[in-house]
Structures are given as structure tokens and as C-alpha cells.
Design a protein around this ligand. Structure first.
Ligand SMILES: Cc1cc2nc3c(=O)[nH]c(=O)nc-3n(C[C@H](O)[C@H](O)[C@H](O)COP(=O)(O)O)c2cc1C
Length: 375
């Protein structure tokens, strides 16, 4: 068991109930900002339907009643193979934002990836829960002097790894945001630049909002990352080519993600990209995965398809909006219990026993077609 008791109320009974509670507590504009994707939201939908295309290849009379789901990533021990993603603007969902997420993660024995564009400074999140705030996220953009300064701040605050988001050369085409004329207040994203004023924020994130900077290359990133001894990985890998390019640039892991369908609409489901990336990485580096995970069974499917650690974005934000730290803790305890239940029923004794032979590709089989015709 996870070594804590999470609070369960009717509002927090299940993961889908936590989502409903969260959305009912947020203003319609903020709920749309959280839920929405880019363009026609085809990638957002594909992320979900990809999970439904895989079923479990259940074995019986094997496995364990108490499967071991603990693991480690880059020397960080995890009670389950789950991390929380670097979702920014976190103060929109709860005033304590990523500080509450980090405290919940600490109690659940997992770790946070702390966002650069968050409501609270990375030092404050680390202080809230130093043993959970282990990975800091940065956007490789803006002035190099600022990027270097951020690397030093990350090191000084005791973080152990760096996540570089590489799928944001500009902001995604978010139509829900356009429709609502939603104006994201700077105070929700400037936690790391609070003392530097609006000018600094635009200088650093200008590329996201105003296309005023150049797109960095792997070479430029590799050169700058040589200046820190901390391990790093690139978030937003969707092709085998980029997985290999990030490895060649010195990454210590690969993070497959399409940003939860919020960046380039039209890219395939992240789960499909995971399968291709796993084939070229061949176990040399650990693989992180996110986009579309909404329950423990999804975590098990992603692990079986090659992920070493699964990262939750909106799921953690729902917990935060539904109940602050207690809401996120409830998300974690539901995930933990569901992952173990699925493993036991699947006849596997631990996450290390998962592989492609744990799943079966579902499709319009002859049997289901026959049934359809019969009706
Ligand atoms: C409200 C919100 C804000 C986000 N902000 C960031 C960010 O600042 N940096 C980043 O790398 N990813 C950001 N993401 C993307 C998440 O880190 C993650 O990739 C995505 O949510 C995963 O998909 P899922 O929500 O379907 O789990 C954000 C996502 C959401 C929902």
C-alpha cells in the first residue's frame, strides 16, 4: 500500500468523479483552458481512443495478490511508476498549486516535474516538499543568459534532473481560449520571474506568445546542457528520429508526449508514438510517457507498450481543483490501487513482468462483426 491514507468523499470517489468535481468548481473559461486541446482537438481525442484500441492479454493462475509496483527513474525512487507533469498556471486550479501537488506526491512516495511557467517559484515548491520536487522543467527559449541563470537556480534549489519542453516553439492554436477570449493573468505563470517584472516574462516566454525569438536547435541545447552536471531529458518527443537526436544531444531519458493534445493538432496519439520510439531506443534509456492517461489501467497499458514511468497532467490538475493536496492524494491512491488490481487480474507479479505480450490489439474481429450482423 501507499504509506498514507487519502481522504475519500463522494466528490472524490473515483477518478472520473474527481474530474467532474474539478470542472464544476472552476469557471467555464478556466475549465475550458484545462480541458481543451489545439485545433479541432483530433489529437486530444486520439490520445484517449488509442488506449481503447488495446485490451489485456489476461493470464490466470499466475501473478501475485500484492504485486510490486515500485520503481526508480534517474536515481529517484518511486512508490509507483507515476510522476506529475509540469503543468503551469497551476494557481488557476488552487492557490497552493504545485506546492500542494508536491506535498501530495511526497505522501504518495512519488515525484513532481515542477514547471517553469508555474504560479510559485521553483525554490518555494522545493521548500514545500524537497523529497518530491526532484525534477525542474524549463523551456529552451529566450535569452541564453536567463537559461543559464535558471540552470543555476535549479541546481541551488536541490533538483536532481531537468526536463526540457521541446514541443513549444510557439503556443498551440487553442480555439477554446480564443472563443472565450481567455486572458491568462501573468501572476499565474510568473512564479519564477515575479521580481523581474512583465518585461522579463515577455523576454523569456515571448516566443510562446509573440513569436519574437528563434527556435533552438539540438546543437545549441546540447552546448548549454554541457554546463550542468544534472541529467536531463526532452519532453515532447513524437518520432524515432527525435528520440535518437535527443539521445545524441546527451539526454539521459526520452519523454514521449504530445502535450496532451494542446500543441500541434493532427499528430497521432502519444501511445502510438511510444511504440515506435521504444523500437529505436531498445532499452538504452528510460522512457517517460504522457498524454491521455485517465486511469490505472491506462498506466498499465503504457508500461506494457514500453514506458518506464507514466506522467499525469490533467489527472493531477483535476485532483488539485477538486480538493487541493487531499484531491491530488486521492488521485494517487486510486491510481495505486487500480494499477495493482489490474496487475493481479492480469496474472502479472509486478511492473517488470509487463511487455507487449500483456496486451492484445482490439479491432473489428470476425466475432464482433458477426454479433453486429445478428442484431
Ligand atoms: C493546464 C495545463 C498547463 C500545462 N502547462 C505546461 C507547461 O507549462 N509546460 C509543459 O511542459 N507542459 C505543460 N502542460 C502539458 C502537461 O505537462 C502534459 O504534457 C499533458 O497535460 C499530458 O496530457 P494529459 O493532460 O492528457 O495527461 C500543461 C497541461 C495543462 C493541462
Amino acid at each position: 500500500m501507499v504509506a498514507f491514507k487519502s481522504v475519500s468523499t463522494p466528490e472524490l470517489a473515483t477518478l472520473s468523479q474527481i474530474r467532474r468535481t474539478a470542472l464544476s468548481r472552476l469557471s467555464p473559461e478556466v475549465a475550458d483552458f484545462l480541458e481543451g486541446g489545439a485545433g479541432d482537438e483530433t489529437t486530444l481525442a486520439a490520445n484517449r481512443s488509442a488506449f481503447a484500441r488495446w485490451g489485456f492479454r489476461q493470464r490466470v493462475m499466475s501473478g501475485l495478490a500484492t504485486p510490486d509496483i515500485s520503481t526508480a527513474l534517474l536515481g529517484i525512487d518511486l512508490a509507483m511508476p507515476v510522476l506529475t507533469s509540469p503543468f503551469g498556471a497551476d494557481g488557476l486550479f488552487h492557490p497552493e498549486g504545485q506546492k500542494a501537488v508536491a506535498r501530495a506526491n511526497l505522501n504518495a512516495g512519488i515525484a513532481s516535474i515542477v514547471p517553469e511557467a508555474g504560479t510559485h517559484a521553483l525554490e518555494d515548491v522545493a521548500e514545500a516538499a524537497p523529497k518530491a520536487a526532484r525534477i525542474a522543467q524549463l523551456h529552451p527559449m529566450g535569452p541564453e543568459a536567463n537559461f543559464r541563470h535558471m540552470l543555476h537556480r535549479i541546481e541551488d534549489a536541490g533538483y536532481e534532473a531537468i526536463c526540457l519542453t521541446v514541443d513549444c516553439p510557439t503556443g498551440g492554436w487553442r480555439e477554446r481560449v480564443l472563443r472565450n477570449a481567455f486572458d491568462l493573468d501573468a501572476r499565474y505563470v510568473n512564479g519564477n520571474y515575479r521580481n523581474d517584472g512583465e518585461t522579463k516574462l515577455i523576454e523569456v516566454f515571448g516566443q510562446l506568445f509573440e513569436r519574437c525569438a528563434t527556435v533552438w536547435s539540438w546543437e545549441r541545447l546540447a552546448g548549454l546542457m554541457n554546463e550542468t552536471a544534472l541529467p536531463w531529458f526532452a519532453k515532447g518527443i513524437m518520432t524515432p528520429e527525435d528520440a535518437l537526436a535527443s539521445e545524441a544531444a546527451g539526454a539521459s531519458a526520452v519523454y514521449v508526449s504530445n502535450h496532451g493534445g494542446r500543441q500541434l493538432d493532427g499528430v497521432p496519439a502519444a501511445l502510438d508514438a511510444l511504440i515506435e520510439v521504444r523500437e529505436v531506443i531498445e532499452g538504452r534509456l528510460p522512457i517517460l510517457f504522457d498524454s491521455g492517461v485517465r486511469r490505472g489501467a491506462d498506466v498499465v497499458k503504457a508500461l506494457a507498450l514500453g514506458a518506464d514511468v507514466v506522467v499525469i497532467g490533467r489527472l493531477a490538475a483535476y485532483g488539485l481543483a477538486a480538493g487541493g493536496q487531499a484531491g491530488v492524494e486521492r488521485v494517487h491512491s486510486l491510481l495505486y490501487d487500480e494499477i495493482r488490481t489490474v496487475l493481479t487480474l492480469l496474472g502479472r507479479g509486478g511492473v517488470d513482468e509487463l511487455g507487449p505480450d500483456s496486451l492484445v490489439r482490439l479491432g473489428a474481429s470476425a466475432v464482433s462483426e458477426a454479433l453486429l450482423t445478428a442484431h
